[in-house]
Design a protein around this ligand. Structure first.
Ligand code: GDP
Ligand code: IMO
Ligand code: MG
Length: 421
């Protein structure tokens, strides 16, 4: 049986914390897409950890973690992260596995990402510059190098061939940064990667399933950043939605049980692109301050706004969400009045659908107002201790979406998650 946990907004919903919390109930945690553009935060004791490549179950010694074929892997980031995780006494030989079909991010992919973004000027995506787009382009363009290729004696020749191709592209962009230091680090990291458990991911996971093991597929980014269904072109380069699990891990759709969608109690976005409920004012500033909304990967300030039920409803539909986890409810403690976007007003046309090319339309969100709870909620341990006004807010969302919030997160800590009925 496979459950999926993924983001319903524009990423950073708190997936890392929730996966870490649920990991004890699973035998395998598997990343199925994305790469080091992800930054998943969790706490081990009082130590804050941000994971980019390794699944968020890694701090549970009895949970196996798989980096699936749908991921793009930066060996340099992976090595640094492995060193960090190992410093907590985690035996990566025992609990980290990497699919041989996983595509590698090369230093020139990072350079190409940077060059492409620079050339876009005002229209830039706001990429994390980790080489994600170029690495996925080489996958679909059938040029990329994969983890399994490392064991091939011709790897270096293939690398040089691809590097030359990339150099020609970089010349077109007039990109002339020196990447020699990145390359040195890259080759060192490849030697490290070769020592890890490289497996045939699709057999690995299906054997686990045959043995009755429970798998949690951990999404990166969020539904509105999906390459097909997100706010294209302001998206990432992978399928972040539940459908991405089948081709990102090699499992059949009928193995999937729950799709757990994570949303903040409000909304954020980092990078460019449309964001109808964005608050470019003091309230947005307050959300950023109270919610500490700064990117876990890039440190950039996140754009903040009210919860958008039009977008959430779309995300529930596309993913087949069966359960919702609402995070950062405590951040709304500070507000006396809350707004929930129920409809989009596009030049007088009221709609509950996400239009094609949202960024080209002027969207005025239609809001329903709710009283805030005006009291601290982060000390609550049970549903009974949560403010009634918070329950009213959540109940409205449940009714609108037709999918229930099953958990409310009221702080970043491991113990700040409340099951609600
Ligand atoms: P992810 O990419 O979806 O894993 O999310 P990030 O780690 O990028 O961002 C979520 C941030 O919110 C992290 O700093 C978490 O520690 C923090 N966080 C998660 N849940 C809560 C919560 O319920 N309340 C508060 N205040 N912070 C939270
Ligand atoms: P997690 O897993 C938030 C955004 C970038 C940019 C766009 C494309 O932590 O939720 P890319 O580097 O993929 O080419 O960037 O997507 N983005 C994210 N935003 N959380 C993420 O991951 C993101 N990963 C990419 O800011 O707008
Ligand atoms: Mg993040």
């Amino acid at each position: 049986m496979v459950d999926i946990l993924l983001g319903l907004q524009w990423g950073d919903e708190g997936k890392g914390k929730i996966v870490d919390y649920f990991a004890k109930d699973y035998d395998v945690i598997a990343r199925f897409q994305g790469g080091p553009n992800a930054g998943h935060t969790l706490y081990v004791g009082d130590k804050k950890i941000v994971l980019h490549q390794i699944p968020s179950g890694v701090f549970h010694p009895n949970t196996v973690n798989l980096i699936g074929n749908g991921v793009v892997l930066d060996p340099i980031t992976l090595k640094k992260e492995c060193d960090l995780v190992a410093s907590f006494g985690i035996d990566l030989k025992k609990n980290l596995f990497i699919a041989e079909r996983t595509h590698l991010i090369l230093p020139t992919h990072r350079a190409l990402d940077k060059a492409a973004e620079l050339s876009k000027g005002e229209q830039k995506i706001g990429s994390t510059l980790k080489g994600i787009g170029p690495a996925y382009m080489d996958k679909t363009g059938r040029n990329g190098l994969r983890v399994g290729d490392l064991l091939d004696k011709n790897f270096t020749t293939s690398y040089i061939k691809l590097r030359l191709k990339h150099q020609k592209l970089l010349d077109n962009y007039a990109f002339n940064e020196d990447i020699t230091a990145w390359e040195e680090e890259f080759f060192e990291a490849l030697e490290f990667l070769k020592q890890l458990n490289i497996v045939n991911g699709e057999y690995f996971i299906n054997e686990q399933l045959k043995a009755g093991k429970r798998v949690l597929a951990e999404g990166a980014q969020g539904t509105m950043l999906d390459i097909d269904f997100g706010t294209f072109p302001f998206v990432t380069s992978s399928n972040t939605i539940s459908a991405g699990v089948c081709n990102g891990l090699g499992i059949a759709p009928q193995k999937i049980r729950d799709v757990i969608g994570v949303t903040k109690a409000y909304c954020t976005r980092v990078g460019g692109g449309p964001f109808p409920t964005e608050l470019d004012n003091a309230t947005g500033e307050e959300l950023r301050k109270v919610g500490n909304e700064f990117g876990a990967t890039t440190g950039r300030p996140r754009r903040c706004g009210w919860i958008d039920l039009v977008a959430l409803n779309f995300a529930c539909m596309i993913n087949g969400v069966t359960k919702i986890v609402m995070t950062k409810a405590d951040v709304l403690d500070a507000f006396s009045e809350l707004q929930v976007c129920t409809d989009y007003n596009m030049n007088g046309k009221i709609s509950r659908e996400i239009p094609f090319r949202l960024e080209r339309l002027k969207v005025d969100p239609v809001y329903k107002s709710f009283p805030g709870w005006n009291k601290p909620s982060s000390a609550a341990k049970t549903e009974a201790e949560l403010p009634d006004t918070m329950k009213t807010y959540v109940e409205f969302i449940n009714q609108y979406l037709g999918v229930k919030v099953h958990y409310i997160s009221n702080g970043p800590g491991r113990d700040q998650l409340i099951r609600v009925s």
